[in-house]
Ligand binder design. Structure first.
Ligand code: GAR
Length: 209
């Protein structure tokens, strides 16, 4: 089965969704969870699921390349086929990303290419968007710019604040991320020339939104 390592920084609700919907089934085995924050609640979720965990905590003054080298060592200890970024809030070096090209996924809380970066829910509200959502994509060196595999849309209602909108998006994240992990584990998902393919057919945001 497909050996999956999940990288987290916080709550780990997406990790939980993947544990609940595919771990130990569907050809998916979460072999490790790695956090850059020692107090991330996702580590507790991993322990409850009897999944091994590691922490790679940034040192004072440490260069990104040095941190990423330590992160690689922690990941490689699990010999994964797939690396899943699930709320891992660090910018990754090009060298790191290229090492896992085509076998690293991320979920981002916006309808990419809209609202890359941080604070996406408030920015969507401020921009007067009537639709918002989440995107699962392959990770490429440019931040939040890799080919989109699957998106989920949610409405933005008048009077929404960032908290309520984030909750609406989260619920959709928990549906789409496990699905994409299952696709990858089944060998149905590939990246080639910065494009994503499902069952050999090129896919993009519009096809599955
Ligand atoms: C998720 O909403 C995910 O889309 C976002 O962090 C949250 C993590 O929640 N990721 C990013 O913003 C990446 N830049 P979780 O820890 O409960 O899964």
């Amino acid at each position: 089965s497909c050996r999956v390592v999940v990288l987290i920084s916080g709550s780990g609700s997406n990790l939980q969704a993947i544990i609940d919907q595919c771990h130990g089934r569907q050809g998916v085995e979460i072999v490790g969870v790695i956090s850059n924050k020692p107090d991330a609640y996702g580590l507790v979720r991993a322990h409850h699921g009897e999944i091994n965990t590691s922490c790679v905590i940034a040192r004072k003054g440490e260069k990104r390349a040095e941190y990423d080298a330590r992160l690689v060592a922690a990941i490689e200890a699990y010999q994964p086929d797939l690396v899943v970024l699930a709320g891992f809030m660090r910018i990754l070096t090009e060298g790191f990303v290229n090492r896992y090209l085509g076998r690293m996924l991320n979920i981002h809380p916006s309808l990419l290419p809209k609202f890359t970066g941080l604070d996406t829910h408030q920015r969507a509200i401020d921009a007067g968007e009537t639709e918002h959502g989440a995107s699962v994509h392959f990770v490429t060196p440019e931040l939040d710019a890799g080919p989109v595999i699957l998106q989920a849309k949610v409405p933005v209602y008048e009077g929404d604040d960032a908290t309520v909108l984030a909750e609406r998006v989260h619920e959709q994240e928990h549906a789409i991320y496990p699905l994409v992990v299952k696709w990858f584990a089944a060998g149905r998902l590939k990246m080639r020339d910065e494009l994503a393919y499902l069952d050999g057919e090129q896919i993009g945001a519009s096809g599955y939104a």
